[in-house]
Design a protein around this ligand. Structure first.
Ligand code: PEP
Ligand code: CO
Length: 576
């Protein structure tokens, strides 16, 4: 009917509708002020945000509208509600340092309307303090926890990448069903995923207490040193340096001391002294140390003389002795591993200072995610999480599932990440893992560590190297873990196999035109007999086998391997 009214009459109708709306808007704002006064009368109670109630109101109205689109209802009520809130109490948006104010301007307006003043806090503490008064919504660069505040919203860019988190004083009725924040962020997000190889900690309360203690403890490494290793590894990715990565299969509480750390340090230094000058490249020394206390196991249980107990999983989890008490996982061990890691890291720093040959970096397998999460810290300036337990953290061949917890944790931190690649790794799988772990294709971020076995490397490394063409990764070889043998019931490896896989790696890298980035070894500076060859015979294993896990190269075997690598790289340097 209105369609047939003359234009002047239509305009007059609009004017009268506006008058009617104004009456209602006036009433709404007056009611809001009345609510504020009523609350003040109830004892000056602070106003709290009602994000859930607001969303419910808009949803209900969208369902009732006949002509207005959902967007129109959302836009109009967003502004109305923002003004209502201002009528109750002046509320502002406070940006914490570290958020991108420019990128957030549009999204914040679309979320909260244009009535809220926006200001910048000088410090994070200031932003949080403003939100705690109830007078502000704090816009944070990361999902920080704060007892008085609720993280009730997350702002994303057009691609779904989080730009900021919104914290405020939220009414108790609204926390009962907190709006779900997509958890794909922060160091705890692994907890919703399947985590392979995690010990069955018997007492969740003890574990939680240990996690709290670690969360408040000094990390083992600092962010600047992590970034310095990343930049050293970028040189490896670009072929200017080589990586020498090595140390015990697992550190132990019993074998700890200045002498032990000194032996490992000296051996890496001596190997680097062989490889560096021959190759004409700097050597990046990365130790498996100061955190390498946990092991993945193929067999979860071990049986001896008819008795079955949980397998030994490294000193951070349980004891190697074959008793029920020793083999029961004990979270308190994480605290001891942390203390020893800090002490080891200090010892290494002292040894490096004396040697004057640059830094020895630390690394371990990021296996125990409760421990890793507890030692993860946030860098406000850079807006990123970083793992404080070691410079480089690697993902083992048994825990590298694309949809698993370990990959999720590693994807969320800024450290250089190692990824073990065994024979079951698919080319597509590797491409997807690279996308997930290194979306920026950043040189120095990702170290791929092949471990196939001397007989299998030729079938697998070429296809995997081809899969990573165009990616700025480091390719390294672990010639230990694919070459296990059992001799007289003892786990061993033959130096010949280790040399053969290393040579094959260098040859394949050359023919695939990929930089041979480095080697990853299990070794010790001590005079052990755990691997056969280079002077160690099968019979010696029974006498000088000291590893609680995998067999390591001893000093002279490791130096022999370094000599071989040096000679080959020298040949390449000459040919180039
Ligand atoms: C290791 O490096 O000690 C290890 C267990 O390796 P992988 O995950 O390659 O088997
Ligand atoms: Co090992």
């Amino acid at each position: 009917m209105t369609n047939h009214m003359p234009l002047a009459a239509l305009r007059a109708e609009l004017d009268s509708i506006d008058d009617a709306i104004l009456v209602l808007v006036d009433r709404r704002l007056a009611a809001a002020s009345a609510i504020a006064r009523a609350k003040a009368g109830e004892g000056g109670q602070r106003l709290a945000l009602r994000p859930r109630r607001q969303a419910e109101i808009v949803g209900r109205l969208q369902g009732q509208a006949a002509h207005a689109s959902s967007e129109a209802v959302a836009d109009i009520w967003r502004e109305l509600m923002a003004h209502s809130l201002q009528a109750q109490r002046r509320t502002e948006i406070v940006l914490a340092p570290g958020v991108d104010a420019e990128a957030l301007e549009g999204p914040l307006r679309r979320r909260y309307g244009s009535a809220m003043p926006v200001s910048k806090a000088a410090t994070l503490a200031e932003a949080l303090a403003a939100a705690r008064t109830g007078d502000a919504i704090a816009i944070l660069p990361a999902p920080l926890e704060d007892d008085a505040l609720t993280l009730f919203d997350r702002i994303e860019d057009g691609n779904g990448t989080p730009l900021a988190w919104c914290a405020g004083r939220v009414a108790a009725e609204d926390w009962l069903q907190p709006p779900t924040l997509a958890p794909a962020c922060g160091p705890a997000s692994w907890r919703r995923l399947k985590a392979a190889q995690m010990p069955a900690w018997p007492d969740a309360a003890v574990l939680a207490r240990v996690e709290d203690t670690l969360a408040g403890a000094e990390p083992v490494v600092t962010l600047p040193s992590i970034l310095a290793l990343k930049s050293a590894l970028a040189d490896v990715a670009e072929g200017r340096s080589v990586l020498l990565h090595g140390g015990d299969c697992a550190e132990s509480f019993a074998e700890f001391g200045a002498e032990k750390v000194g032996e490992t340090h000296r051996l890496l230094l001596d190997m680097a002294g062989t490889i560096g000058p021959a190759s004409g490249k700097d050597v990046v020394r990365l130790a498996r140390i100061a955190g390498q206390f946990a092991k993945p196991r193929s067999e979860l249980m071990e049986t001896r003389d008819g008795v079955t107990l949980p397998a030994y999983r490294g000193d951070a989890v349980n004891g190697a002795d074959f008793t029920h008490a020793a083999r029961t996982p004990d979270p308190e061990r994480l605290l001891r591993a942390h203390r020893q890691s800090r002490a080891t890291s200090h010892l290494l720093g002292g040894l490096d200072a004396v040697a004057g040959a640059g830094r020895t970096w630390t690394s371990h397998e990021a296996l125990l995610l409760n421990n890793e999460q507890a030692l993860t810290r946030f860098d406000l300036a850079g807006g990123r999480w970083w793992g404080g337990s070691g410079h480089l953290l690697w993902i083992g061949d048994r825990t590298r599932q694309l949809d698993g917890a370990h990959v999720d944790y590693a994807a969320g931190i800024a450290n250089p990440i190692g990824l073990k690649c065994g024979t079951t790794m698919g080319a597509d799988e590797l491409r997807l893992l690279c996308d997930r772990l290194d979306p920026e294709n950043e040189a120095g971020r990702l170290v791929l560590i092949g471990r196939f076995g001397a007989g299998a490397i030729g079938r697998h490394l070429p296809r995997l190297m081809r899969a990573t063409k165009g990616r700025n990764v480091v390719w390294a070889i672990d010639p230990m873990h694919g070459n296990g043998r059992v001799s007289g019931g003892i786990k061993t490896r033959c130096l010949e196999d280790i040399l053969a896989e290393t040579r094959a790696f260098l040859d394949i890298a050359a023919s695939e035109r990929v930089h041979a980035g480095g080697i990853h070894l299990e070794l010790t500076g001590g005079d052990v007999a755990e691997c056969i060859g280079g002077g160690v015979k099968e019979a010696d294993l029974a006498l000088r086998y000291r590893s609680l896990c995998d067999p390591r190269l001893n000093r002279s075997q490791a130096l022999e391997l370094a000599g071989e690598v040096a000679a080959r790289l020298a040949g390449r340097a000459l040919a180039a």
